[in-house]
Design a protein around this ligand. Structure first.
Ligand code: ZN
Length: 200
């Protein structure tokens, strides 16, 4: 995990996709209650998977792109938002992924607060029996990671600002609102951040 870099820059600064290209036209997938199936990562399906689900009658089309794909027999307008016909119970806890660890830690070093040059630190080093878990891995900048080396927090005098633990999906969602995706198709916006819009 040491070499991993966050993909926050891709996440924030990537250019808007070219919606004339079907490959840039994923559909936002909503649960049957019209909330995104997942926020992190955002539940998106390729246009191929989306059309497949439409043909299998598993989803309702909520909104469409202007983009059309043509087959020999017919034309298909690509859906931009679909909702599942059957409600899927969302997981209470998010997947343990690099991205979600960074997100939990607000894309900042848990020792000095730096937002750049982030990597991961095992609070209890692996060689001291520390495991790769929510409770033992934090975002750390490379300089802090180097400084701490293989030492225990007390030995190094470096204690994470927040005691690492497994967040709930809800907590990650709350943090994630500070880091919105770089680009949303306009038809997605009603389903993504409406709760922030309603706040005074
Ligand atoms: Zn640091």
């Amino acid at each position: 995990m040491q070499d991993a870099k966050p993909d926050i820059s891709d996440f924030v600064k990537a250019a808007p996709p070219d919606f004339k290209n079907p490959e840039s036209c994923p559909a936002l997938v909503l649960n049957a209650d019209f909330r995104p199936l997942s926020y992190y990562p955002l539940s998106l399906w390729s246009w191929q998977d989306t059309l497949k689900a439409v043909f299998l009658d598993r989803v309702n089309i909520v909104s469409e792109y202007d983009t059309v794909v043509r087959s020999p027999s017919t034309d298909f307008i690509l859906p931009s938002v679909v909702s599942l016909k059957t409600y899927v119970k969302p997981p209470r806890y998010p997947a343990f992924t690099r991205f979600n660890v960074f997100l939990r830690d607000g894309f900042s070093c848990q020792y000095c607060g730096a937002p750049q040059d982030l990597t991961f630190d095992h609070v209890i080093p692996r060689r001291a029996g520390g495991r790769t878990t929510w409770e033992n891995v934090v975002a750390a900048c490379s300089p802090c990671n180097l400084r701490k080396g293989g030492r225990l927090p007390k030995q190094a005098g470096m204690v994470p600002r927040n005691k690492p633990r497994q967040p709930t999906v809800y907590e990650l969602h709350e943090t994630g609102r500070r880091f919105p995706p770089n680009y949303c198709h306009e038809s997605w916006q009603d389903y993504l951040y409406w709760d922030t819009e309603l706040e005074p």
